[in-house]
Design a protein around this ligand. Sequence first.
Ligand code: HEC
Length: 413
Amino acid sequence: MTSPPSHLWLNALLQALQFAQSTWLSAMYALGITDDSHGAPAWPWASRIAGENLVIDVSLARQFAWMLAAIAFALLCLTIALCWRRAWRWLTVAAIGALVIAPWPSPPLWLAAAVPTSFHTSPTGFTVESIARGARIYAAQCVACHGDDGRGEGPLAQTLRRWPPTMASALLSRRADGELFWHVLYGMRDDQGVTMPGFVGRLNDREVWAALDYMRVLSASAGMAAGGSWPVPIAIPSVAVKCGNGPDAPVAAWRGRQRVRVVAVDAAHPAPFEDPRFLTLLIRTADSPTASTASTASTVSAVRTAASPQTRANVTPLFGARADCVADSPQAWQVFAQIAGASPSSLAGTEWLADRDGWLRALAPAGRRGWADGGLMCTTTTALATTTGDPLTATLRQMDDDPVRFVKGGFVH
Ligand code: HEC
C-alpha cells in the first residue's frame, strides 16, 4: 500500500482546521445564522477547506500553513497597532510585508465543494445491528450497481454511463461522512447528467447511515478479496458485551481505553486465556451453547491486572483465567466474518486486534500460525518488526508505534 506522508504537523493542521470549521458552524447555528439539515446544523457555504487535498499534497499543505501563519501575524500586528499608536507605521509595514511574502496557494486547490451535511457525523455508533440493517438495505437497493462484493460490478453497472467505484479502495474514508450521506440521499451527477440516482423518499436518514455502515464492512472484505488486506483500518463494530455475570455494556465503551482482541470461538476452538495486554472479546455463533466458554474452575488466583474487567472464579492454575467477555449478538459473527474476508462456517479460531482508539488493525485468520505470520494491516512502516520473541508482542508494538491518524475526509494511513 502506498501511503501519503504522515507528518505530525500535517495531522495537527488538519485536525485544527476540522475543529475550527465545526466550531464556526456551531457558533453560526447558535446565533441563528444557519438552519439545520437532517438533524444537525447545516453548512451554509458551497465550499469548505479540502483536508483531503492537503493530506495528499504536503507542499500544498505547507504553503497553506504559511499562508495561515502570515494572516495570523498580520492580524496580530494590526491589533497591537490599534493599542500602541506610536508604532502603528512599523506594525502596518510588518503586517503588509508578511502578507506579501506569504505564499498564496490557489483557492481551487485547497477548497472543495461542500453540501449542507458536510460536517454531519453518523448517529448509528457503527453497531452490528446497524451494519446488519445496512446489509439488507444494500441487498435491496444498491447491489444491482455496486455488486455483491462491493467492487462496482453489479448486473446494472455496465448499463451506466459511469462505472460505480470499487469499495476495495480507501474511497469511503477519503470522503467526509456527511458528504457520502448527501450523495446517497440526493444522488451524484457530472457535466452530462446523473451518475448515481438519489434515494431521498425511498430511504430515510437512518437507513442511509446504516447502508454506509455496511459499505465500510464491505470495503474491508472487498480489500481482503482483492489484496489480502483492508484498504484502511476499520472501526471495531460496536456490540453489547457481557463479562461473567456482569451487566451488558457496549464495546464502544472500551474505545480509547484498552486494546481489544476479538476471538471467534466454538466448541473446537475454546476461549483463550485472559491477557493483561488487552481486553479479550469472544464472539460465537448463535447456535453454540451459552456456557461454552467456561473452563474448569480452580481456586488459584488468576494472573490479572487492571486490564481485566472483573475478577471471577473462572480460573485454571497455570495460565490464569479464560476470557469470558462475550458478545451475544446474532449478527456479530456474520459482521466479523465479513471483515475477515472469511465464510462464517470457517471463522472459528480467527483473531482480530483493535488499537486503543478502537481501530481494528490486525487479523490472524483461522488455521494460520496465530500471530507468527504478522497480521498488521494498513501501516505506514513497510518494514516488519524484526523483534525476536513473541510475535503477538511484536504486532502490538508495531500497532502502537504507528497509530491511525484520522481526519475527516482523509486518512493519513
Ligand atoms: C443505478 C446504479 C446505482 C445504484 C442503484 C446505487 N449506486 Fe451508488 N454509485 C453509482 C455510481 C455510478 C457511482 C459513481 C458516481 C460518480 O462518481 O459520479 C456511485 C457512487 C456511490 C458512492 C460513492 C460516493 C462518493 O462520494 O464518491 C457511494 C457511497 C454509493 N454510491 C452508495 C450507494 C448506496 C448506499 C446505494 C443504495 C442505497 C447505491 N449507491 C445505489 C451507481 C449506483
